[in-house]
Design a protein. Structure first.
Length: 424
């Protein structure tokens, strides 16, 4: 039984570790969070709302095939394969923040032994695996990549709330520092995930592919948003346009919305933009999508005048429905725009505690206390909002449907004005 170390036990890393541990590997999971380590060692998932993960962890606990630790060096020393899924962040100025990844590489390098296969899964700028991370491993270990240890890159391509199903259905893209690294990594994933593997010609091709996927989505969402704004001016319903236009097999007009959030789409385009891409469609798409929050406020003010001193309720702190994750959520941009306008801001999100919500400088508001709000903005469609009783909105003047999913007839039947994105 081969020994695998998974460095980083977030949603993706923990799910990978549990999957590997149920496919014939002994897995050591490493994380700097002691609470996460303790939970995993008890067979209890610290991650909620990830279907199938709790069952997988229970099975690894029974089989004793997964253990967790905070000691990266020791774990790497005892493993033949090391999989790294440590976050790369974007600073306020959109520069890349490598602090967690650099720290991980330092620890991995100190424990690295000859003939180990290191696979990076974190999304990176093109060239980072070879020129930054590989070199850091060489410096710390005294070993040479492609000679003394193997190095591969295989980007994660999954979404929260569906990681296990995505691991089964999405092909795994793999690039290597050399043919040996490529083949070792491909063989590992074929056994550990039992999925299709696509081998590409280099580390850089694999890195570029992952970012390009996210850029594609960001640009096409921006196109949909720009079309929606123009449709508004022309009195055209964008919902109808999408339905009719997408009947053409070559057309795939995306759904417009109040913005783009999460760990991927609003972040990874900067891995190109910050590396001499030049100003063009990709940069413009970021501007268009981030400006949708301001556009939403403008739509509301067309209906009621200034939002100054108005009680505005945002439904959903999370960036996406039924996912407890606020990273780059459009709600944060809406909050900023509303603060600049002097509105009284309330947020409801059933996935977060009041304390977690109010750290963003807003007031948490339960759904049974929404009768005094003047404006409602739907940002994330949680299940709890699908059957929202609009009769409880006694004072609401307008509902801005930021995802174009609410029942317009029910809203207007209660005397509330409905506005969508590109939907008059």
């Amino acid at each position: 039984m081969q020994n695998v170390t998974v460095v980083g036990l977030g949603k993706i890393g923990l799910t990978l570790a549990a999957q590997f541990a149920n496919r014939g590997f002994f897995v050591r999971g490493v994380d700097i969070n002691e609470a996460v380590v303790d939970s995993v060692n008890k067979g209890i998932s610290p991650i909620v709302n990830e279907p199938g993960l709790s069952d997988l962890l229970e099975q690894t606990f029974k089989n004793n095939t997964l253990t967790a630790t905070t000691n990266t060096v020791e774990s790497v020393q005892q493993s033949e394969i090391v999989v790294v899924i440590v976050p790369i962040l974007i600073k306020e100025n959109n520069d890349t923040d490598y602090q967690f990844m650099d720290a991980a590489m330092e620890s991995i390098g100190k424990g690295l032994k000859e003939n180990t296969l290191v696979i990076i899964e974190t999304t990176l700028s093109t060239g980072d695996t070879r020129n930054r991370l590989g070199k850091r491993l060489e410096e710390e270990s005294g070993l040479k990549m492609g000679i003394n240890f193997s190095l591969a890159y295989s980007p994660e391509r999954v979404q929260s709330n569906r990681i296990l199903s995505d691991l089964k259905s999405y092909p795994k893209i793999v690039g290597g520092i050399d043919d040996k690294s490529l083949n070792l990594a491909a063989d590992f994933y074929e056994k550990a995930l039992q999925c299709e593997v696509i081998k590409v010609s280099s580390l850089e091709t694999a890195e570029f592919t992952k970012v390009a996927e996210c850029v594609y989505r960001d640009v096409n969402i921006a196109l949909a948003n720009e079309l929606a704004i123009y449709a508004e001016k022309k009195g055209v319903n964008m919902k109808e346009v999408r339905y009719a236009g997408n009947s053409e097999p070559l057309s795939n007009i995306h759904e417009p919305g109040i913005g783009v959030g999460g760990h991927c789409i609003p972040i990874y385009p900067y891995f190109f933009i910050n590396r001499d891409l030049g100003k063009g469609i990709i940069t413009l798409a970021r501007e268009v999508n981030d400006n949708m929050s301001q556009y939403a406020i403008e739509l509301i003010e067309k209906e009621i005048g200034s939002v100054s001193n108005q009680n505005v309720l945002i439904l959903g702190l999370a960036f996406r429905g039924n996912v407890k994750e606020p990273t780059k959520s459009s709600t944060l941009l809406v909050i900023k725009a509303l603060k600049e306008k002097g509105a009284n801001i309330f947020v409801n999100d059933p996935l977060f505690t009041n304390e977690e919500i109010e750290k963003y400088g807003v007031t948490a508001l339960p759904l049974d206390e929404i009768k005094n709000v003047d404006v409602v903005i739907l940002q994330a469609l949680h299940n709890e909002y699908k059957d929202l009783d609009f009769k409880n909105l006694k004072n609401a003047k307008v509902i801005l449907d930021g995802r174009n999913v609410l029942n317009r007839e029910k809203i207007e039947a209660n005397g509330i004005k409905y506005r969508g994105i590109g939907v008059r």
